[in-house]
Write a protein that binds this ligand. Structure first.
Ligand code: CP
Ligand code: NVA
Length: 306
């Protein structure tokens, strides 16, 4: 039984298989086909933070594949507060075939997974957002084909989304660059870990905007203040201001460069209206791809045995 807490659980070949399955599923879905491959299966979603895409895409995925879902928010027994994380996991494992968790602390997901007897999926923690990264890589694949060595440039915070995207790029054979203010880039433990885990992959980071878009095939933005960091918002708005993705920044890359964003977006902050609604933007197909990659992941975890 394999979990998906950070994507590190899957090797490049398995990531490739997930992408291929997702593309196949997406094609047949667009032809109106919805085979009940998860009939009778139940997915539980336990969310401590708000969500549109992650919740809706997982729930839609389950329904479209003939299964169903149970959504539990903090008011349904705040995980680790009304009862221990371990007891929560042991209990839920009797009702659900897999569990998606969105938590403030990644440690909660790790602890849950230690005690669950069904596969656990990270639906976003402060450290990682693996399902987002799978959808990001699928969107890149749809735009550029199976080509490797593309340059993905994330402009902003060394956060959950950029960390997972860096890992997914390494798995998919792409190069990753983080461009953001000093003090908000990847920390040394992550850089050391990355180098050890992916010695042949390219990971760069810089605070210098000059030349930072050179060779970019995809420019990616995320909010400057993630969920749980609300108290830092005013400070972050000032610090990240030079790193807004606008037409001037996009013009530094080639006209084939696409714009990606995990959403929700704060228009006028990390990205301007003209870019997110412009011809290079792929943010809504990217959001749609959440459902297709997650279907592929669920099939791998709890689908019929081949
Ligand atoms: N991108 C993403 O995870 O969106 P939600 O927070 O709405 O789930
Ligand atoms: N970094 C953002 C991503 C939201 C999908 C957050 O954690 O709030």
């Amino acid at each position: 039984m394999k979990n998906c807490l950070s994507l590190l659980e899957y090797d490049s070949k398995e990531v490739e298989q997930i992408l291929e399955t997702a593309l196949r599923i997406k094609k047949s879905w667009s032809q109106g086909k919805r085979p009940p491959l998860l009939a009778g299966k139940v997915l539980a979603l336990v969310f401590e933070k708000p969500s549109l895409r992650t919740r809706a895409s997982f729930e839609a995925a389950m329904f479209q594949m003939g299964g169903s879902s149970i959504f539990l928010s903090a008011s349904d027994g705040a995980i680790g507060k009304r009862e221990s994380v371990a007891d929560f996991a042991r209990t839920l494992s009797h009702f659900a075939d897999a569990v998606v968790l969105r938590t403030f602390s990644h440690q909660t997901i790790v602890e849950f997974a230690e005690h669950a007897t069904v596969p656990v999926i990270n639906g976003l923690s402060e450290l990682y957002h693996p399902c987002q990264a799978l959808a990001d890589i699928l969107t890149i694949r749809e735009n550029f084909g199976p080509k490797k060595g593309l340059q993905v440039v994330f402009v902003g915070d060394g956060n959950n989304v950029s960390r997972s995207l860096a890992i997914a790029c390494a798995k998919a054979g792409h190069c990753f660059r983080l461009v953001g203010p000093k003090g908000y880039l990847f920390d040394k433990p992550f850089l050391d870990f990355f180098k050890k885990e992916f010695p042949d992959s390219s990971l760069e980071q810089t605070s210098d905007l000059k030349n930072s878009m050179t060779g970019a095939d995809a420019i990616y933005a995320d909010v400057w203040t993630s969920m749980g960091q609300e108290k830092e918002r005013a400070k972050r708005l000032k610090i990240f201001k030079p790193y807004q993705v606008n037409n001037t920044l996009m013009a530094k890359a080639s006209s084939n460069c696409i714009f990606l964003h995990c959403l929700p977006a704060h228009r006028g902050e990390e990205v301007t209206e003209e870019v997110i609604d412009g011809p290079q933007s792929r943010v809504f197909p990217q959001a749609g791809n959440r459902m297709h990659v997650q279907k592929a992941l669920l099939l791998k975890m709890i689908g019929p045995r081949k």
